[in-house]
Design a protein around this ligand. Structure first.
Ligand code: ADP
Length: 321
């Protein structure tokens, strides 16, 4: 019988992580399972640093961004000796299963720890990048999309008033999920993503065609991983007659109060995670697949590459005629 579940948030923070911590703790309490919250990502398992989570001490956090357990990137955890230390922490505290809230990197760490400790792991995907294989959406993605859309709507006011082109950089070092969705929602003239890079000439051609159609301002949404946005800005400024400015939305996308959608996803993923543990299952990642809360083998999720629907680029192109 499951008596103790550990929980850790790892990797980059995402709005809705707190909602997930709260929901895991409360569903566990309903099943008479105690919760240990390890602090500061994998580092908490290396230093045996945790606090007991109860339905009361996770109150008032559903609406807050970040993670009350803190998070970090922990390169030390990739060493076999570290994994053994973390396994010993789980043994010492009689942890029956561990819930890992994070992205694919955190799940790779969880798999190593499970191999060494025998403790089953359940992953809850939370990252604003939405790049976890096996779930249509991750916790925090919807919030980040809304934050970036809000910022770009404001930038568009200036773009229109001054008849300028704005290149707006949003997060996404490796993948373009955020940029693509944001680009459609703000009516961007061009969307630049790592999966389908365009060179400066292509971008200029699109913007010149847009100007010929009577558009006197424009928004280019660029994922940070598409290339060098300040170089693109300088080149466009030199090679066109338009005024071109760069605006970087930055870390505001990672924080802030989670949207209703991120809170709902966090709550439902958490409930599924505790249920799986109580059913004796492990090494799975919970997810949303075609509208259904489901689960997928953690190994597959951690190694898989989530496909991006590039057809959406064509939709964005049609919508910017
Ligand atoms: P995310 O979980 O958001 O993808 P990272 O890729 O930064 O974030 O991974 C978070 C942490 O997971 C890393 O800092 C490291 O501690 C751990 N990790 C990642 N890959 C491995 C691995 N192969 N073995 C052990 N730990 C890993």
């Amino acid at each position: 019988m499951v008596k103790t579940i550990g929980i850790v948030t790892s990797g980059g923070d995402a709005p809705g992580m707190n909602a997930a911590i709260r929901a895991v703790t409360r569903v566990a309490a309903c099943r008479d399972v105690q919760m240990l919250g390890f602090e500061r990502g994998w580092d908490g398992l290396l230093s045996n640093c945790y606090r007991k989570l109860t339905p009361r001490n996770v109150g008032g956090i559903i609406q807050t961004g970040g993670t009350i357990l803190h998070t970090l990137r922990c390169p030390a955890f990739e060493q076999p000796q570290s994994i053994e230390v973390a396994a010993e922490t789980l043994r010492q505290n009689n942890v029956d299963a561990l819930v890992v809230i994070g992205g694919d990197g955190s799940f790779r760490g969880a798999l190593e720890l499970s191999k060494r400790s025998g403790v089953p792991m359940i992953g809850i995907p939370a990252t604003i990048d939405n790049d976890v294989y096996g779930t249509d959406e991750t916790i925090g993605f919807d919030t980040a999309v809304n934050t970036a859309v809000g910022a770009i709507d404001k930038i568009r006011d200036t773009a229109i008033s001054h008849e300028r082109i704005f290149i707006v950089e949003v997060m996404g070092r490796k993948r373009g999920f955020l940029a693509l969705e944001v680009g459609i929602c703000v009516g961007a003239e061009v969307i630049l993503i790592p999966e389908k890079p365009l060179d400066t000439c292509d971008v200029i051609k699109i913007m010149e065609a847009s100007s010929k159609k009577g558009k006197r301002a424009g928004i280019i949404v660029a994922a940070e991983g598409f290339g060098d946005s300040s170089k693109l800005t300088q080149e466009m400024q030199k090679q066109t007659s338009s005024e071109v400015r760069l605006s970087i939305v930055g870390y505001s996308q990672r924080g802030g109060s989670p949207t209703a959608r991120s809170r709902l996803l966090a709550s439902l993923f958490a409930e599924k995670a505790v249920n799986l543990i109580c059913e004796g299952k492990g090494n799975l990642v919970v997810g949303l697949q075609n509208g259904v809360i489901s689960s997928l083998d953690m190994e597959k999720s951690a190694r898989g590459s989530k496909p991006l629907d590039l057809r959406l680029l064509q939709v964005a192109e049609m919508l910017s005629v």
